[in-house]
Design a protein. Structure first.
Length: 321
C-alpha cells in the first residue's frame, strides 16, 4: 500500500481549505494517508485532519515556521521524508506551499509537477494530470521518482469529512544554520471582498458580453442579492475592466460553487477549466451557439445587460416574501 503524505499548510494557526481537498484525493487513491503540519496550531490541527481521513499527523508547533519564509519548513520536511519514505507528497498550488515544494524538490534531487488538476494511481505508481494550451488539453505525466511531488490547483476536489481521529507524532524542528535569512517582519491584512471568490457558494461572473466596466455593478448587485461573489473572464481582466483578483480560469482562480452564473461569457476553455466543477452552471449569452451554453445546466439566450437586472429584481422580490 502506497504511503501518501499531505503537506498541511496552516493559515493563522488553522488548516488551509485546500489541505482538506487534498486529503479527499489522497483517500481516493487508496493509500495510507498521513499529514505534516508545521507551525503554530499544528498539534491542534490534528483533530480536523483526522476527521478528513488522516491516520497520522507529524506535528511541530515551533513558531520558527511562522517567523521565517519556507526554509525552516523545507529543512524539517526533508528530514521527515528521508526517515518516513512516502511514495507521494501532495502540496496545494498556493504561494506558501510552492515555496516549500520547490526547495524540497531540489534538496531531494527529484522533480515535481505543478499546477495539476488531478493525480491518479496507475501501474504501481502515480500519473499527474496537467492542463496546457490554456486548458484545452490535458497532459498525463508519469511520476517516476520517490517521493513523487505533486502540487494541486485549489478547488480541484471537494473536501469531505469522513470522521475519525489522527495519531499525533510530535517532531522537532530541524533548521539549518543558513535557514533564517528571510525573516517575516509583519503581516498586513488587505481589505478584501465581502465574500472571497474562491470560497463563495454562488458566483456571478461577467465577460465581454457585459460591454464595458461600467456595467459590472449590475453583476455586483445580483451577487449581493444572492449572497455571492463576482468573478470575470480573462478577456475583461486583460482589458482592464476589473482587477486580476476577480479572474476565474486557467491563469486565474479555480472555483467550485454550488451555483455559477456566467453572464456574457463565451466559454473558452481557458475560462471553463477554472469553473467546470460548479454544481449548477447558468449561462446568459446572446449567441445561441456559444460553447458555455453547451455545458450549462440552464442556458438563457439573450442580452445579459437586460436579463441580469431582471434577475436581480426577481431575487430581491423573492427575499421580501
Amino acid at each position: 500500500m502506497a504511503k501518501i503524505w499531505v503537506f498541511a499548510e496552516l493559515a493563522e494557526a488553522k488548516v488551509a481549505p485546500i489541505v482538506l481537498e487534498l486529503l479527499a484525493k489522497a483517500r481516493d487513491l487508496g493509500g495510507e494517508v498521513e499529514a505534516v503540519a508545521l507551525g503554530k496550531g499544528a498539534s491542534a490541527a490534528a483533530e480536523t485532519l483526522g476527521k478528513h481521513g488522516t491516520k497520522k499527523v507529524y506535528a511541530c508547533d515551533d513558531e520558527v515556521f511562522d517567523q521565517y519564509v519556507a526554509q525552516p519548513a523545507t529543512d524539517t520536511l526533508e528530514a521527515l521524508v528521508k526517515s518516513g519514505s512516502p511514495d507521494l507528497l501532495l502540496f496545494g498550488f498556493t504561494y506558501d506551499s510552492r515555496e516549500v515544494a520547490g526547495r524540497l524538490s531540489a534538496r531531494l534531487g527529484v522533480g515535481q509537477v505543478s499546477n495539476c488538476l488531478d493525480v491518479e494511481a496507475e501501474g504501481g505508481g502515480f500519473v499527474a494530470k496537467v492542463p496546457y494550451f490554456g486548458g484545452a488539453k490535458i497532459a498525463s505525466l508519469k511520476l517516476n521518482n520517490q517521493p513523487a511531488i505533486v502540487l494541486i490547483r485549489p478547488k480541484s476536489f471537494e473536501a469531505k469529512e469522513v470522521g475519525g481521529t489522527a495519531e499525533v507524532e510530535k517532531v522537532t524542528a530541524t533548521v539549518g544554520a543558513d535557514s533564517k535569512r528571510a525573516h517575516l517582519k509583519e503581516r498586513i491584512a488587505e481589505k478584501g471582498e465581502k465574500v472571497k471568490l474562491e470560497d463563495a457558494t454562488i458566483i456571478v461572473s461577467g465577460g465581454r458580453g457585459m460591454q464595458g466596466p461600467e456595467n459590472f455593478p449590475l453583476l455586483e448587485e445580483l451577487a449581493d442579492a444572492l449572497g455571492g461573489a463576482v468573478g470575470a473572464s480573462r478577456a475583461v481582466v486583460d482589458a482592464g475592466w476589473v482587477p486580476y483578483s476577480m479572474q476565474v480560469g486557467q491563469t486565474g482562480k479555480s472555483v467550485r460553487p454550488s451555483v455559477y452564473i456566467a453572464a456574457g461569457i463565451s466559454g473558452a476553455m481557458q475560462h471553463t477549466v477554472g469553473m467546470k466543477g460548479s454544481k449548477v452552471i447558468i449561462a446568459i449569452n446572446k449567441d445561441a451557439e456559444a460553447p458555455i451554453l453547451k455545458m450549462a445546466d440552464l442556458g438563457v439566450v439573450g442580452d445579459a445587460l437586460k436579463i441580469v437586472p431582471k434577475l436581480t429584481e426577481a431575487v430581491k422580490a423573492k427575499k421580501k416574501q
